[in-house]
Write a protein that binds this ligand. Structure first.
Ligand SMILES: NC(=O)C1=CN([C@@H]2O[C@H](COP(=O)(O)OP(=O)(O)OC[C@H]3O[C@@H](n4cnc5c(N)ncnc54)[C@H](OP(=O)(O)O)[C@@H]3O)[C@@H](O)[C@H]2O)C=CC1
Ligand SMILES: O=C(O)[C@@H]1CCC=N1
Length: 271
């Protein structure tokens, strides 16, 4: 079968996206060629039905994929992208999910004909609940834009931006964001245990509370601030807790500081 998509790097994020695409049947597994040096990670892709290899040189010489997805660490992006230069004649489009790395880096390595899309996904993509933000260079055709949007929509919500400069902020908010939420679940679990709940109950309550609140915020017509007020009885228990979290804008300031640290790191990774 023709190779439609090459995935370079099948680690945490590459695998999360690949599994979403195959689950949604947007792609046939046999049409995907995965390049991944780690044998265990290669095996995961093989179990999904994909063809795999440890090196890009193993991709059949006559292959002209529609899309090469670059899903390796920003630190090796130049070296890895250079291995796909032979697909830079304009027939194949490139999709990078690397934090920080600008489209110009790919244009410089692949040449002036390469259509390049930069995408910032997040790990909930593995269960179709991801947030994917895309930016494309002018060489990406409408057909490829549609194909990529359709593919990515299998992983969750897709939105496009036309100012690449915002990608570092996007990375800091939705790319890294799941980790902030996972950490909040961890913190609420610790607090629940400190308050006397057994470990299993503490974990259940923390997880279901975050899940329920996020689902309600997504489905309700009210803004999150209104939903918060609906929980907060005058002089009640929630008001006591929010006094700690919101006093002096404590949590907002902390989260803003964290997002700024991630944004600055994204800029650094792109250099
Ligand atoms: N994790 C996340 O939540 C998100 C990650 N990203 C971006 O996704 C990219 C990948 O991140 P992540 O999945 O977390 O990283 P991982 O390290 O989990 O995955 C990258 C994989 O690429 C492999 N690799 C190294 N060299 C090559 C090569 N020459 N060809 C093919 N594969 C290679 C690595 O193998 P080995 O380890 O043996 O080197 C590794 O298995 C990064 O650029 C990151 O910025 C974007 C959004 C969210
Ligand atoms: O931590 C990182 O650098 C990557 C990018 C966004 C999420 N994970």
């Amino acid at each position: 079968m023709t190779i439609r998509l090459v995935l370079a790097g099948c680690g945490n994020m590459g695998y999360a996206m690949l599994s979403g695409w195959l689950k949604s049947a947007k792609l046939e597994p046999q049409a995907v060629f995965v390049v991944e040096p780690n044998a265990e990670l290669r095996q995961r892709a093989e179990h999904l039905g994909c063809r795999t290899a440890a090196e890009a040189s193993a991709i059949p010489a006559n292959a002209v994929p529609d899309l090469v997805v670059i899903a390796v660490k920003p630190q090796v992006i130049r070296e890895v992208t250079a291995q796909y230069k032979r697909f830079g004649d304009g027939r194949t489009s490139f999709l990078s999910i690397a934090a920080g790395t600008p489209v110009a880096t790919f244009e410089e390595i692949l040449g002036e004909l390469a259509p390049v899309i930069r995408c910032m996904p997040n790990t909930p993509a593995a269960i179709g609940k991801g947030m994917m933000v895309v930016f494309s260079n002018p060489l990406v055709s409408d057909d490829v834009r549609r194909f990529v949007a359709e593919l990515l929509s299998a992983s969750g919500v897709v939105t496009a931006i036309d100012d690449e400069g915002l990608m570092d902020a996007v990375t800091a908010v939705s790319g890294s964001g799941p980790a902030y939420v996972f950490h909040f679940i961890e913190a609420l679990t610790v607090a629940a245990e400190k308050a006397g709940l057994p470990a299993e109950t503490a974990k259940l309550l923390a997880l279901q509370t975050v899940f329920g609140a996020a689902s309600l915020a997504a489905e309700a017509d009210e803004e999150p601030g209104v939903l918060r007020q609906q929980v907060t009885s005058p002089n009640g228990t929630t008001a006591a807790a929010l006094g700690v979290l919101m006093g002096g804008d404590r949590l907002t300031k902390l989260v803003t500081e964290a997002v700024e640290a991630a944004r600055l790191r994204s800029i650094e990774l792109g250099k």
